[in-house]
Design a protein around this ligand. Structure first.
Ligand code: AMP
Length: 484
């Protein structure tokens, strides 16, 4: 299947507490995941009798009023923040998605992207299921609702997982039971934490920290976690095991918070190690090294530290200031708007830069808009030389797995060499990081990472694209595989 419909690039949470309403802890943890989605936010709770929900467009702080939180009764619930898709704002795709059906109520929050949602949607529609959005999440919800009519909770989830193909980290609420599910390749993150009076599932551990909780561990690829409705514990079911994982390296490079721990690594440490590797692979002598704030910061500090250890006389400085009130430039619909937004967002400090040779560190180049503007801005305020160093390999192909990037044609590296890109952005030199350095910093083998956007070979079966593995296609038609 080619990708269709909106992509889900999001943050998910779920909590189960002992005798305390879940709404506020969910709200705080969504705040901690705001960077994962700014288009809409939502919470669904269950009070033992019925489900309550509130979903609205905008940032978490805008989507919920005090009264909305008061209305979300119950000590269990799930939440979601959704990432904006370029140009379109569509409230029918806001989440959590909730449905009531014969055997109960269901709420679902999804981070990731299915590559066979269309096939399952067609099949379910032929069986009489009516869909209200064109998102993947509703497909999962209907499939699960259908399986729950015939099977217990764990078997029903297993059947649905055997049919869906792609990346998904889910928090699900079935009546008053909260579940967490991670796809068998573990593409998107999901972890579990404990707090004083219960348990939390979240895309990132920063959402557990904010509740003064402790990270218990990552949810394993192919694992289902079932929280006890009274917050007293959780059960784990390893429903699918694959020989290889497909963890998204870009979560560590760009998407996740530096203070989160994902798949055993602190994102901040990974970024610093990537910065150190960048110096080792392509260090260049210059007077000043500076990050593109905020995403380049940890990389630049690692780079500068490694350079200084090697005796390079380079000074670390914050020569670019960021206006924090300007949103992500990346999602602006037109190139002109994106260029203006970079100028609004980043301002160089002339005194730090003038007359100096400068190395600028950013985490990634996507379209090349930011780098082109930055080199120009720094030269305008008197930089002698501007060297760009990038903490990721060139992004040569789109992401189908849930990160909003750009189309292949828009990606500057899709048809250019590093040298050509360097010329286009008018940098005195440009270097990216190698894929091996990324695997090294993540302490994972290349084979266990999703590297689709930097190799053009994906861990999932995507029509028209190459795959880097024997893909275990799920069963779509006929009998679901044996349940145990
Ligand atoms: P560009 O200006 O198109 O080359 O985009 C590169 C800048 O966007 C870098 O500063 C990155 O930190 C940031 N970036 C990278 N990936 C994404 C993404 N998926 N969404 C939003 N911003 C991104």
């Amino acid at each position: 299947m080619t990708h269709s419909g909106p992509r889900e690039k999001c943050g998910v949470v779920g909590v189960s507490l002992d005798g305390r309403d879940a709404a506020r802890p969910l709200y705080y943890s969504l705040y901690a995941l705001q960077h994962r989605g700014q288009e809409s936010a939502g919470i669904v709770t269950h009070d033992g009798f019925q489900q309550h929900d509130h979903v609205d467009m905008g940032l978490v702080g805008d989507a919920f009023a005090e009264a909305d939180l008061d209305g979300l009764a119950g000590n269990v619930g799930i939440g979601h923040v959704r990432y904006p898709t370029a140009g379109s704002v569509d409230s029918s795709c806001a989440q959590p998605f909730s449905v009531s059906f014969k055997s109960g109520s269901l709420g679902l929050s999804h981070n990731g992207n299915l590559v066979n949602a269309g096939e399952i949607r067609d099949e379910l529609a032929a069986l009489g299921h009516a869909f209200t959005s064109d998102g993947d999440t509703e497909v999962i919800a209907h499939d699960l609702a259908r399986n729950l009519l015939e099977a217990d909770l764990v078997r029903a989830v297993k059947r649905t997982m055997s049919r869906i193909h792609g990346s998904y980290s889910l928090t699900i609420m079935h009546d008053d039971t909260v579940l967490g599910v991670r796809d068998p390749e573990g593409n998107r993150p999901l972890c579990i934490g404990s707090i004083d009076d219960g348990y939390v599932l979240a895309s990132e551990s920063a959402a557990i920290d904010v509740l003064d909780g402790e990270l218990v561990r990552d949810v394993e690829p192919g694992e289902l976690i079932v929280l006890q409705p009274d917050g007293s514990g959780f059960d784990s079911y390893r429903l699918f095991e694959r020989e290889r994982t497909a963890h998204c390296f870009f979560e560590h490079v760009y998407f996740a918070r530096p203070d989160s721990r994902i798949d055993g690594s602190l994102v901040y440490d990974v970024r610093r190690d990537l910065g150190r590797a960048l110096w080792e692979e392509s260090g260049v002598d210059s007077d000043v090294v500076m990050p593109v704030p905020d995403s380049g910061r940890a990389f630049a500090s690692g780079y500068a530290e490694a350079a200084q250890e090697d005796g390079a006389g380079v000074e670390f400085a914050e020569g670019l200031m960021k206006n924090r009130y300007v949103g992500r430039t990346f999602i602006m619909p037109t190139q002109d708007a994106r260029e203006r937004a970079v100028r609004l967002k980043l301002n160089p400090i002339r005194d730090v830069v003038e007359g100096k040779t400068v190395t600028v560190i950013d985490d990634s180049i996507v379209r090349g808009t930011t780098s082109t503007q930055l080199v120009q801005l720094l030269k305008d305020v008197g930089a002698e030389e501007v060297h760009m160093r990038i903490g990721a390999p060139p992004i040569v192909a789109p992401c189908y797995m849930g990160i909003d990037m750009a189309t292949r044609e828009e990606l500057i590296a899709s048809d250019k060499t590093t040298e050509e890109i360097g010329e286009e952005i008018a940098a005195d030199s440009l270097a990216y990081l190698s894929i091996d350095a990324v695997a090294g910093a993540l302490e994972e083998s290349r084979a266990d990472l999703c590297l689709g956007c930097v190799t053009g070979e994906y861990p999932y079966d995507i029509e028209g694209e190459a795959t880097d593995r024997e893909v275990d296609r799920p069963v779509i038609e006929g009998e679901a595989p044996a349940d145990d």
